[in-house]
Design a protein around this ligand. Structure first.
Ligand code: GCO
Length: 264
C-alpha cells in the first residue's frame, strides 16, 4: 500500500495550543508526515519559545505565533503573518482549550463564559477566516479536538462538557456547509491522556486515577503520541471522503459500560 496517501509534504499545518501536551504531540506527528508546522500559543512568548526549542530538538523547524484564538483581530493578523512567512494554512487543528473543574451549582458565570468562549467560540473565530482562504483554494482540512465530554458527563466539568458537546455539533455543521468546497471537517475525541491538563486527577490516591484505569479497556492512560495516527489520517488525502466524523481515540472507554472492580 502506498503511504503517499498520508504524505503531508508541501502542506502548511497550524495547530492551536501546541506549546505542550496533546497539541505538541499532534504537531510533531504532522511534521513527521512532512507538513510545515506552525504552532499557536496564548499565555506567554516564553512558552512558545521553549516549545519551539523542544520541536527543534526533535528535528522540527516549527514557527510559533502568539495570539488569542477568540480575538478575531489577533487571528486575522496572525494568519496574515503566517501566509507571508510560509503560505496559507492547508491543515487547521483546533486544539487550544481550557478546563475548569467546578460543580455547576457553584460555578461563577464568568468561569462558565470563559470555558465556552475558549473551547467553543474560539473554534468558530479561528476557523472562519481559515475556511474562507481554503474555499478560495478549493481544498482544506480542519480537525477539531473534542473529548469524552462530547458524549459523557462527569461531576465538576459541566462547562467543559457543554463546550465539547457543542464542538461535536459545530464540527458536523461546518462539515455540512463546507463539503461542497472540498473542505473536510472532522473531530478527534481523546480519551484520558497523561498531560498537564489531567495531572490534577492522575495523581496516586486520587480516585479518578484508579477509576480511569479500570474504566478504560486498554487499562492505562493514553500517551499523547497515540493521537498522531488519527491526526495524520484526518489531515491527509487518505480522508478525502471522510467529513463530519468524530474519531474517538480513547482506549475503548466509549465502547463499554465498564466492569466491576474485582472482575479481571
Ligand atoms: C477530566 C479530564 C477530561 C479529559 C478529556 C477526556 O477532568 O475529566 O480532564 O476532561 O481531559 O477531555 O476526553
Amino acid at each position: 500500500m502506498s503511504t503517499a496517501l498520508f504524505n503531508l509534504e508541501g502542506k502548511v499545518a497550524l495547530v492551536t495550543g501546541a506549546t505542550h501536551g496533546l497539541g505538541m504531540a499532534m504537531g510533531k506527528g504532522l511534521a513527521k508526515a512532512g507538513a510545515t508546522l506552525v504552532i499557536n500559543g496564548h499565555s506567554s512568548q516564553e512558552k512558545i519559545d521553549s516549545a519551539l526549542e523542544d520541536y527543534r530538538n526533535h528535528g522540527i523547524n516549527a514557527l510559533g505565533y502568539r495570539f488569542d484564538v477568540t480575538n478575531e483581530t489577533q487571528v486575522a493578523d496572525a494568519l496574515e503573518a503566517i501566509e507571508k512567512d510560509v503560505g496559507p494554512v492547508d491543515i487547521l487543528v483546533n486544539n487550544a482549550g481550557i478546563i475548569r473543574r467546578t460543580p455547576l451549582l457553584e460555578m461563577p458565570i464568568e468561569e462558565w463564559e470563559l470555558v465556552l468562549k475558549t473551547d467553543l467560540t474560539g473554534v468558530f473565530t479561528m476557523t472562519r477566516p481559515v475556511a474562507k482562504s481554503m474555499i478560495g483554494r478549493g481544498k482544506g482540512k480542519i480537525i477539531n479536538i473534542c473529548s469524552m465530554m462530547s458524549e459523557l458527563g462527569r461531576n465538576s466539568v459541566g462547562a467543559y462538557a457543554a463546550a465539547k458537546g457543542g464542538l461535536k455539533m459545530l464540527t458536523r455543521n461546518m462539515a455540512t456547509e463546507w463539503a461542497k468546497y472540498n473542505i473536510q471537517v472532522n473531530g478527534i475525541g481523546p480519551g484520558y491522556f497523561a498531560t498537564s491538563q489531567t495531572a490534577p486527577i492522575r495523581v496516586d490516591g486520587n480516585p479518578m486515577n484508579e477509576f480511569i484505569i479500570s474504566r478504560t479497556p486498554a487499562g492505562k492512560w493514553g500517551d499523547p503520541d497515540d493521537l498522531q495516527g488519527a491526526t495524520i489520517f484526518l489531515a491527509s488525502d487518505a480522508s478525502n471522503f471522510v467529513t463530519g466524523q468524530i474519531l474517538y481515540v480513547d482506549g475503548g472507554i466509549l465502547a463499554t459500560i465498564g466492569r466491576p472492580a474485582n472482575e479481571v
